[in-house]
Design a protein around this ligand. Structure first.
Ligand code: UTP
Length: 297
C-alpha cells in the first residue's frame, strides 16, 4: 500500500513571456477560460484527487494569484443582499480552508526543477504531486485522480504522458519506453527537449507528476540542463539510474497547452462550447462566422 498523496506543488513563478503584454501585470494563471482562471481548474483537479495541502511557488508580480484565494466579504455581502445565490455559490467554491495554502517564493526563474526544489521543506518526506496550471486537461475523471489511482498500485514516480507529433518532441520531456502496458508504460530514461531525430519515442511528459521525496534530493544537486534551466525531468530520470521505477501514465482526456496562444484559444473555444449556458449560442455564432468568412473569400 502506497502512502497517500495529499500535497501538491503548483509552480507558478514563470515569467509567462509568451503572453506579453498581458503578463506584464496579470499572472498567466489568472487568465480565464470563459470565466474561471486557469489556477481554478488546477485546484479543482487537485481536490478531486484528494489533495489537502496546496503549495504555490510564486514570484514577484504574482500578488493577484494570492488575492484570488482570499475570502471576499464585501462581494459576499453584496450578493447575499441581492439574493444572488448562484453567484454566491460560485464565489464560495473558490474558497480554500485556512492553512491549506502555502506560498513560497522563487527569487529567480531558474527553471521548473528549481521551482519545485524551492518547496522541498514543505513537502518533507512524503510523495507529492506537481501540477502545472497552464496544462489544462478536460476529462471525465480528473487527470491527477486517474494518476493517483494508478499510483496506488505502482508506487515509484509517475508522469502524465501523451503522444505528440515526432516533429514536436523538442518542446517536451520525452520518455524512453522500457515496457508498454496499455495506459501505463515503464520508463528506461527521459530526455528533455530532444530534436525529432534524437527523441527516443513520441511519448511526451505533460504537466502532472507524482514524485517521491528522492526526486527532491536529486533536485538539490541538479545543475542546469536543456535551455540553461534546472529541469525537473533530469532529476526524475536520475531516479532510474538509482534503480527506482518511473512510470508514464497515458491519461484519458484532452490536454490544452494554455501556456501558448494557440492552445489557449483552442481551450477557450472548447470550454465555451461545452458550457450549458453558452454552448448552443456560441456554436451558432462560430458556424455563422466561419460561413461568412468563407463566403467573403
Ligand atoms: P513555462 O515553460 O511555460 O515558462 O513554465 P513560463 O515562464 O511560465 O512561460 P513563457 O515560456 O515565458 O511564456 C512551465 C511551468 O513552470 C513554471 C511556470 O510558472 C509554469 O507553470 N516555472 C517555470 C516556474 O515556476 N519557475 C521557473 O523558473 C520556470
Amino acid at each position: 500500500m502506497q502512502k497517500k498523496v495529499t500535497k501538491a506543488i503548483f509552480p507558478v513563478a514563470g515569467l509567462g513571456t509568451r503572453f506579453l503584454p498581458a503578463t506584464k501585470s496579470v499572472p498567466k494563471e489568472i487568465m480565464t477560460l470563459v470565466d474561471r482562471p486557469l489556477i481554478q481548474y488546477a485546484i479543482d483537479e487537485a481536490r478531486e484527487a484528494g489533495i489537502k495541502e496546496f503549495i504555490f511557488v510564486t514570484a514577484r508580480g504574482k500578488g493577484a494569484l494570492e488575492d484570488y484565494f482570499d475570502r471576499a466579504p464585501q462581494l459576499e455581502q453584496e450578493l447575499k443582499s441581492k439574493n444572488k445565490t448562484e453567484l454566491l455559490d460560485v464565489l464560495k467554491s473558490t474558497y480554500m480552508d485556512s492553512g491549506a495554502i502555502a506560498y513560497i517564493r522563487q527569487h529567480q526563474a531558474l527553471g521548473l526543477g528549481h521551482a519545485v526544489r524551492c518547496a522541498h521543506r514543505l513537502v518533507a518526506n512524503e510523495p507529492f504531486a506537481v501540477i502545472l496550471p497552464d496544462d489544462v486537461i478536460a476529462s471525465e475523471t480528473g487527470c491527477l485522480k486517474q494518476m493517483v489511482d494508478a499510483y496506488a498500485e505502482t508506487g515509484g514516480c509517475m508522469v502524465a504522458a501523451m503522444e505528440v507529433a515526432q516533429a514536436d518532441t523538442s518542446a517536451y520531456g520525452v520518455l524512453d519506453v522500457k515496457e508498454d502496458i496499455g495506459s501505463l508504460v515503464s520508463v528506461r530514461g527521459m530526455v528533455e527537449k530532444p530534436s525529432a531525430n534524437e527523441a527516443p519515442s513520441n511519448l511526451a511528459v505533460i504537466g502532472r507528476y507524482i514524485l517521491t521525496p528522492d526526486v527532491l534530493k536529486n533536485l538539490r544537486k541538479q545543475t542546469a540542463g536543456a535551455a540553461g534551466e534546472i529541469q525537473l525531468t533530469d532529476s526524475i530520470a536520475a531516479e532510474i539510474d538509482q534503480g527506482r521505477e518511473i512510470y508514464g501514465y497515458r491519461f484519458a482526456g484532452q490536454r490544452y497547452d494554455c501556456g501558448s496562444k494557440m492552445g489557449f484559444l483552442q481551450a477557450t473555444v472548447a470550454f465555451g462550447l461545452a458550457r450549458d449556458d453558452l454552448g448552443d449560442e456560441f456554436r451558432v455564432y462560430l458556424e455563422e462566422m466561419v460561413a461568412s468568412r468563407k463566403a467573403a473569400q
